[in-house]
Design a protein around this ligand. Structure first.
Ligand code: UN1
Length: 513
């Protein structure tokens, strides 16, 4: 670990990590807690050790949060927004340090590390405005001198399970909205990236403390899947928001569903860009390469498939092959590099296995993959981004591999392209590259993309926070961040008030005594 990283850890108050959970000012862990080393995928060096919380500690955190909810919900929403505004300010001040730590702990490029913190700042700004706009509707009653309206109340404790690939932004999408809605949060970060979570907890807590807000509005519980299971089964947690694999989402959904709780799921993607004969190929190239190689292919919005019109297929393939020749892979903290490592050795093994499976099914690699070894690659997590020509129905193509493997598929008419694009179990993000209005509008129509996100002349990744984020089918159906995603963090109540002197029944029912 370099001196600069040590300074950053000190700056973010994570130089001495002895605790497995936090309810704000209070941090704790038991003497016999499981300890886990956190190793950077960039250089293989140990950054720190963290401890895992026990079930009893989880329970204690929930009880503190439950108590905090009773007072936090009384704080007027715009005042809660003011606190979120201050968190956004503190994130601005710490953007460089936190972004660098994201890059070092997770392995994404420094630019993307900064981008992730910017996404947190953006959602805080959004939530501040939202804190004055938690609107319900008013309706006209069918009865005279009656008033009907709806209002939104906070839900309570929001459980947030986040993934390693966006170790902090996805938490903030949930937490910033939940807080202005009057909820309190318990965050279980990925066990692969707990340090950035610890940093965020310190940042949020500094603001809560400054404003004399009691313990428990922002809580952190470090642990493995056991904590996720406790949360999912816990009736004290009315909403569990989970980001990660489809396998994990199915388990969360089943457990939360069994107790009729709410879940917000943001799971796997298998995102495609359709490149038509009317596409600007230079623009398409940037969208496709950033989509496939950015975050080393570890975004849920990463571009996994290119569905290319036969008339431009060969030309575009050549462009891709030469662009891949320019990609610089290495230390993500070095801004000259486009792509850093995968998260860990398991991810490397899955990547290598997927390449073998693709070849076994008949995939032809036009840019070969493989592990990069030796010298600057000694951490063992660096791999080559690769490209294979495939058929959409291959089992491996139907599966989301969290790695920089890009599949090329040829099409001859747009209906076929849309069918291919939709012909996977997942439904997160999609895009079409075209300068033809008919093609673009068909892609966006009911007969077009079946995904939660459908873009024109933009790649599949890099969504802005202002829109609702999420997708259909195995992506889980949840929507986070912008638009009206806040409604899931609140409970809606319909109120009918009779200010007449009689009690008429709805639907004209007569009931005279
Ligand atoms: C994720 O990969 O889980 O749209 C989130 C994007 C980012 C968020 C990705 N704004 O690529």
């Amino acid at each position: 670990m370099s001196l600069a990283i040590k300074d950053i850890l000190d700056h973010l108050h994570i130089n001495d990590i002895n605790d497995a959970f936090s309810t704000g000012n209070q941090w704790g862990s038991s003497a016999n807690a499981v300890t886990k080393d956190i190793v950077s995928p960039t250089d293989g060096k140990k950054i720190a050790s963290v401890k895992y919380a026990t079930a009893d500690e989880y329970n204690a955190v929930i009880e503190t949060a439950k108590k905090a909810f009773k007072t936090w919900r009384q704080v007027p929403a715009p005042k809660r927004g003011e606190i979120v505004r201050q968190i956004g300010e503190l994130l601005r001040e710490n953007k460089k340090q936190l972004g660098t730590l994201v890059s070092y702990e997770m392995g994404k490029s420094l630019q993307e590390g900064y981008g992730e913190v910017q996404e947190m700042i953006d959602i805080c700004d959004f939530a501040v405005g939202l804190s004055r706009q938690l609107y319900g509707l008013t309706m006209h009653s069918e009865r005279p001198e009656h008033r009907m309206y709806e209002q939104y109340h906070p839900l309570g404790i929001i459980g947030i399970i986040s993934a390693f690939n966006f170790p902090v932004a996805v938490w903030s999408w949930n937490a910033a909205l939940a807080w202005v809605c009057g909820d309190v949060c318990i965050w279980k970060p990925s066990e692969k990236t707990p340090l950035t979570a610890i940093a965020c907890q310190h940042i949020a807590q500094e603001v809560f403390k400054r404003n004399n807000i009691e313990e428990g509005v922002s809580c952190l519980v470090i642990g493995d899947r056991q904590i996720g299971e406790l949360m999912s089964n816990d009736t004290r947690v009315p909403l569990v928001s989970a980001t990660g694999s489809t396998r994990m989402g199915k388990a969360v959904s089943a457990a939360v569903g069994a107790r009729l709780g709410k879940s917000l799921l943001e799971l796997g993607g298998n995102n495609a860009i359709i490149i038509t004969e009317n596409a600007d190929l230079d623009m398409s190239l940037i969208g496709a390469v950033f989509g496939a190689v950015g975050t080393a292919g570890q975004r849920c919005t990463s571009t996994r498939r290119l569905i290319i019109h036969e008339s431009v297929y060969e030309a575009f393939k050549q462009k891709l092959v030469s662009a891949y020749g320019q990609i610089k892979i290495g230390d993500p903290l070095d801004e000259n590099n486009h792509m850093g490592p995968l998260i860990d050795q398991d991810a490397v093994a899955l990547y290598l296995d997927s390449i073998e499976k693709c070849k076994a099914e008949g995939g032809r690699f036009v840019v070969e993959g493989g592990k990069l070894e030796g010298g600057a690659y000694s951490s063992g997590c660096y791999v080559k981004p690769c490209i294979a020509e495939v058929e959409n129905h291959f089992k491996i193509v139907q599966h989301e591999t969290f790695a920089p493997i890009l599949y090329l598929i040829k099409y001859s008419d747009l209906d076929e392209a849309i069918e291919l694009q939709n012909g996977v179990p997942q439904g997160l993000s999609s895009a079409i590259m075209t300068n033809n209005l008919r093609e673009a509008e068909t892609f966006l129509s009911y007969a077009g993309s079946d995904c939660g996100i459908a873009n024109v002349n933009i790649g599949t990744s890099g969504a802005e926070i202002g829109g609702a984020f999420g997708g259909e089918k195995e992506t889980g159906g949840g929507r986070e961040s912008g638009s009206d995603a806040w409604k899931v963090y609140m409970r809606r109540q319909t109120n009918t008030i009779n200010y007449s002197k009689t009690l008429p029944l709805a639907q004209g029912i007569k009931f005279d005594l």
